[in-house]
Design a protein around this ligand. Sequence first.
Ligand SMILES: [Zn+2]
Length: 458
Amino acid sequence: MKTTIIRGGTLVVGQSILQQDLLIKGEKIAAIGELSKLKPDEIIDASDLLVLPGGVDTHVHFNDVFMNTISVHDYYSGTLAAAHGGTTTVIDFSNQAPGATLMSTLEAKYAEASGNALIDWGVHPVITQPTDATLAEIPKVVAAGAPTIKCYMIYREEGLLIEEPDLRRILAGLRDAGGMLLVHAEDNDMAEAGIARHIEEGLTDTKYHSTSKPATVENRAIERAIQMVREVGGRLFVVHLSSGEGIKMVGAARGEGLDVLAETCTHYLVLTDEMLQREDGFKWTCSPPLRDLANQRQLWRGVQDGRLVQVTSDDAAYSWEATQYGKDRFDLCPNGMPGVEPRFHLLYSQGVAYGQISLPRFVDLVATNPARIFGMYPQKGVLLPGSDADIVLFDPEAQWTMGQQNSHSCNDWHAYEGVEVTGKIRKVFSRGELIINGEDCLAQKGRGRYVHRKLNRM
Ligand SMILES: [Zn+2]
């Protein structure tokens, strides 16, 4: 087995920051400490670099068919962008097709990933047909390593909405099977009414995307979801939370002893609804919509104090051409933006370099908590002997400008064009293999493996 020592770097392990060597043996981290006496096959000098666990992004949409288009990131191009962005594990969503079984959502992703994925990957099945047969399959997908199922509380027209009585049955099924329910929390009826009202009044510009679905739409859904947990039990995870009020509700639910967690996404921490005022504002159409600065400040508070446990990308890359569907009609714009590559850099830059979060907190948000909460710890998300050697070597001093010219995404526009960034990824290892070296990707297509996940009791 090949041995490599990463020498003299600054490691983040849990809440500790250590100046130590790290030994990689085969696919695993073998030791951390003062290892200068060892004679490995290779030594990589990491003095002046941070040595961090590879990013874990549990919220990406690859090959996602949505709003008359399909996301441009597939398992090759999406994992290529992820790897360049310091992410070594992704979890993708797989929507149950009409008439299809829940297990087929996993099989579909095996087929998409095989021969393509550059990094390790997992799946969240998405229930769209809450029949008795589907519910009976919940224990099967949990046992198959996909214990986290997402449901939408919105998107009736798109065939994704799960009504509340069904949502309760799914929550109970997951509770009994040792799984967790993920919800896209926006209240369908409030959103439908808000959008219809705007269109009727001729208010169709992009900026009305956010006024048609204000934070109250999200808050109402979060409130309903928490109430379900209060009555049914089980474990709830609110994806892409964007409202300050929502954070308070999640914090209060935890205070009550309910098993409720929430994440936010990069774009809510970095961008505000001012972007939607621009002529090309339709590019930043996502759901929930970008919020104002007051909400953004609350989100930063949430990631600081732990009420928000992780930051994901919600990568949903739609081509420039597809975003044009929303140019004059906000409600027709495919909701989502590319983000799997920028996430790690932006959270470090705007979080750690701007003094908003500590370095260990950054590691928690970008890698450790997603691995822990989604059933991959300590295999993923941490630098410990025995863990997969998924490692990022990071230069904390580098200054650069993010944009399309240095992007590794196949998408034809960038959501963070011109954003100044502090810190740069120099090398990325996945299971001991150097996959990113500067600007070069060395990974073989299809080397990525399915991660079989199992949730721990919290
Ligand atoms: Zn999403």
